[in-house]
Design a protein around this ligand. Structure first.
Ligand code: KMH
Ligand code: ZN
Length: 281
């Protein structure tokens, strides 16, 4: 049973526009400020999507490298780059994200309908991403949008071996229109299915939109960890837009403390996830 709570902040995402969500951090300055404040509140990992000068999603490698460097310089957070990008990003650009050498990167375990779009993750692409992360010592977070993605993960690990660091960590992304619902029964089904994955596999969970709070509570009670942030949640309560990522992290910290599952510090998160300590990296 987990004791501390790993809190990941996903501050930006690729879906919301700055025009519609003015509080979204889209510049490097805004991202670093958000990261520092979220770390001070109790986040240990940051899941990063970046934007260009027009605030559009980009996978520009130079910007990704600058982002990794700036976050490392200004925080102790575990930096997890998104290889999911936006639904329009080509596979080659998504693979090239790894050249920015983050400690961690996301790896989505299957294709899923994504609102009116399709988030395409072919098997061969997943195998390639997994292998490149192994070669580079980048620790994956396996993104699970549907129950079957866990079966795909089992197949991946059986055929191609454990990830860098040897620990398996998954993130249930729930409530995407086209994926699994953000409900307690769905979370319990996923948590149960982890029995077929390597012993010690850990999970975090996030619920998109109005499933945010049900998923947060279900994950804490099932021994899971939390991902929160404006990538997934732009409404704090009915009719009330989110003011900032800090507001969402503060709420998650409050719930974790109520559950007597104190937030993990970044060094504790590295230990949990199989990432070398920063001084030794
Ligand atoms: N933006 C979504 C299409 C990830 O970061 O790896 C994909 C996503 C998953 O957000
Ligand atoms: Zn993402």
């Amino acid at each position: 049973m987990a004791t501390g709570t790993l809190i990941t902040v996903a501050p930006t995402g690729a879906e919301s526009t700055k025009a519609e969500v003015p509080a979204l951090p889209v510049t490097l300055n805004e991202l670093v400020t958000t990261a520092k404040e979220c770390e001070a509140l109790g986040a240990a990992v940051i899941h990063v999507h970046i934007r260009d000068d027009q605030a559009r999603p980009t996978l520009d490698l130079g910007r990704l490298r600058d982002t990794v460097a700036a976050l490392r310089e200004n925080t102790d957070l575990v930096v997890q780059l998104s290889t999911g990008g936006a639904v329009t990003d080509p596979e080659a650009d998504r693979l090239a994200v790894l050249e920015a050498a983050p400690e961690m990167a996301s790896c989505t375990m299957g294709t899923v309908n994504f609102g009116d779009d399709v988030f395409l993750n072919r098997w061969e692409f997943i195998v390639d991403l997994h292998g490149r992360m192994q070669e580079r010592g980048i620790v994956p977070e396996y993104e699970i949008f549907d129950l079957g993605h866990l079966t795909a993960l089992q197949r991946l690990l059986d055929r191609y071996g454990l990830p860098a660091g040897g620990h398996v960590h998954v993130d249930f992304v729930m409530g995407v229109p086209g994926g699994m619902p953000g409900t307690t029964p769905a979370l319990v089904a996923c948590a149960q299915a982890l029995r077929d994955l390597p012993e010690g596999t850990t999970f975090s969970a996030t619920g998109i939109g109005r499933s945010t709070i049900p998923v947060l509570l279900a994950s804490l009670s099932a021994g899971g960890h939390l991902r929160v942030g404006m990538e997934d949640t732009v409404t704090y309560a009915k009719g009330r837009p989110v003011d900032s990522n800090m507001q969402l992290v503060a709420r998650a910290v409050g719930f974790a403390q109520l559950a007597q599952r104190t937030p993990l510090r970044p060094d504790e998160a590295r230990k949990l996830l199989g990432i070398p300590p920063r001084a030794a990296a």
